[in-house]
Design a protein around this ligand. Structure first.
Ligand code: MRU
Length: 355
């Protein structure tokens, strides 16, 4: 871990337990007030950790799910049923925990595919390969974040003001993060940025996590409510918007945390470049456009009562609580991946990444 990442995270946010039949995560719902590590042993605990955002952020969800599938496979006993059937059932169960971030199904499918490709080998060999594969997914994410950070940094100048929405830093990924990666890397090289962190209603990932990470890294950060993005842009304080992504469709439409599309529309109005940063594991070429991205709907309690000492809305009021929205590709100045910066037309530049 680089020094700056160590300043943010003391230890990996997701890792295998010592016996490799459990997964240990830093519980993101407890931050910034408490640093709590949880050990996930049962598949229900694993499902709940993802569903309840104890582990969150598209790449971190993928890494966690891969470790979980492996840990569950190590727990297999022939009384549970045939190994590959149980593996498949566990994969389907974990995959149902959240629908929008494609990294979840990407990592689970990768793990199952590898296991099935060796189904003629003894189970202990399959397990050994699965153990290597989930560690490889994690190691690749570390490399991807570093490369994304370098490409992203090439888009910034010393002293720039950057607006970000939600949390796409070390907690949501491995090490540097995606949208926050260039900022942390730049800081490491002695550059100064001023970051405006949208609080990100309703679950406050910006206030609780982004502000916490940047403060710990010594980055100049100002927390704003989501509805203050326009004024800071109008004041001339923002030179670029950097956000993460949960799924990028083949035409360049991007699903990210609810509110992201509004930031992109404002950025276009004020002539500010709007960049999306994410690994190629978040690009879903099977999904033609944003209309085909499943958008997660979450519990109304998150709007009505969560974070308040008493409910802040009338009991039983109808709520609409989508966790993500889609930013149209024509609002996006560039999609920064570990392989470089893709520009419009995205149908061509994204496909070229996989050619
Ligand atoms: O609901 P969350 O907190 O998992 O949503 C996370 C985001 O929207 C992030 O911006 C995205 O996953 C990218 S993380 C590198």
């Amino acid at each position: 871990m680089s020094d700056i990442v160590k300043q943010v995270l003391f230890s990996e946010n997701v890792r295998l337990g010592e016996d490799e039949t459990s997964v240990i995560i830093l519980d993101q719902t407890q931050l910034p007030n408490r640093t709590v590590y949880l050990t996930l042993r049962t598949r229900q605990e694993m499902y709940d950790a993802i569903r309840l955002l104890r582990v969150r952020g598209a790449p971190a969800i993928g890494i966690c799910a891969a470790y979980c599938l492996y840990a569950l496979a190590r727990q297999w006993n022939h009384r549970d049923g045939p190994f590959f059937q149980v593996l498949h059932e566990n994969k389907v169960f974990l995959n149902a925990s959240r629908p929008t971030a494609v990294n979840l199904s990407w990592a689970l499918e990768r793990m199952e595919k590898l296991a099935i490709s060796r189904s003629d080998r003894p189970i202990r060999e399959v397990l050994a390969l699965m153990g290597q594969e989930c560690r490889r997914i994690h190691a690749e994410d570390i490399e991807m974040c570093k490369a994304i950070s370098e490409y992203g940094l090439s888009l910034l100048k010393d002293g720039d003001g950057i607006l970000t929405h939600c949390n796409a830093g070390p907690l949501a990924t491995s090490r540097y993060g995606t949208a926050l990666g260039p900022i942390l890397l730049g800081r490491e090289k002695g550059m100064d940025f001023h970051v405006y962190a949208d609080e990100t209603r309703p679950l406050l990932q910006g206030a609780r996590l982004t502000a916490w990470e940047l403060q710990k890294a010594g980055v100049d950060v100002t927390l704003i409510c989501d509805n203050m993005a326009s004024i800071v842009m109008r004041n001339g304080w923002v030179q670029a918007c950097f956000v993460g992504c949960d799924r990028v469709a083949a035409n360049g439409d991007v699903a990210n945390k609810i509110g992201t599309s509004g930031v992109a529309i404002l950025a276009k109005h004020y002539g500010i470049p709007f960049y999306v940063l994410g690994p190629t594991s978040t690009i879903d070429l099977r999904c033609p456009d944003g209309d085909h991205i499943p958008i997660e709907l979450r519990d109304s309690a998150e709007l009505r009562e969560m974070w308040y000492s008493e409910p802040m809305a009338p009991k039983g009021v109808d709520c609409y609580n989508p966790a993500f929205d889609v930013t149209d590709h024509d609002l996006i100045s560039g999609i920064v991946t570990e392989k470089g910066v893709c520009r419009a037309p995205y149908t061509e530049s994204l496909a070229a990444l996989f050619a």
